[in-house]
Write a protein that binds this ligand. Sequence first.
Ligand code: PDD
Length: 277
Amino acid sequence: MTVYLNGEYLPESEARVSVLDRGFLFGDGVYEVVPVYGGRCLRLEEHLDRLERSLAAVRIEPPLDRAGWRDMLTRLLEHNPGEDRSVYLQVTRGVARRDHAFPADTSPTVFAMVNALTPPDPAVRETGVAAVTMPDTRWSRCDIKAITLLANILARQQAVEAGATEAILMRGGRATEGAASNLFVVGDGVIVTPPKDQSLLPGITRDLVVELAADHGIPLMEAPVTEADLRAAEEIWLTSSTKEILPVTRLDGVPVGDGRPGPVWARMMKHYQTYKQ
Ligand code: PDD
């Protein structure tokens, strides 16, 4: 695998980052995951918009401009040919003597790699997946796509140990999102997803689903999802660049609706598949 590191394209085994990198010491950085279908980055400009917002939020100067990001991704994908892939892209504040305050005159570390994109097995799409609810123990700027993911990792691990695929995080009586995905529920035939605020990541897949619903006249509301809404939902879905739109058919061990992926999901999934071609 060829990776990108600070302007160079290198075999992964030769890419080296200092132990003083603030990503390593503090988790001081931001990232993106961009899905690539048939050689084309899906919603690239939206991913780059979010990257720029994350960088601005943590006050890291953008190391590349738009044309620079596009060129780097094109070249990295050329180095790593394949079918469906995803690009992981990370920017940290750089290498400096350890001090919480920002270092002076440090340039960011920019790293990117390509991974195979393995959307869920068709069998999973037939049966759906299990999710479990748990308290959202993350910080209060979940809108920043920060590499600092300890609370997300602990939640996902707890879900996996409970035999589930994802954790649905609860804060103040409301569901925010999954450990690494956004949340949709269907109630009375209407799709509901929590509004974008600092309690959740503004997912690119989430926004695409909202857009596809509008384009195809499928009723959708951006509104809080209470615990009662979640438990009464006819359908629950999770979205992300790597999961696409995943139906949840068991919540905390209880079937969601009739326990099978629902008709609104099937309709939305068809539109998503057409869009990504
Ligand atoms: N995670 N919410 C969280 C907390 C996430 O980490 C992600 C994505 C999403 C969905 O965002 P998008 O649709 O833009 O992928 C929502 C990526 C895939 C990851 O960490 O690997």
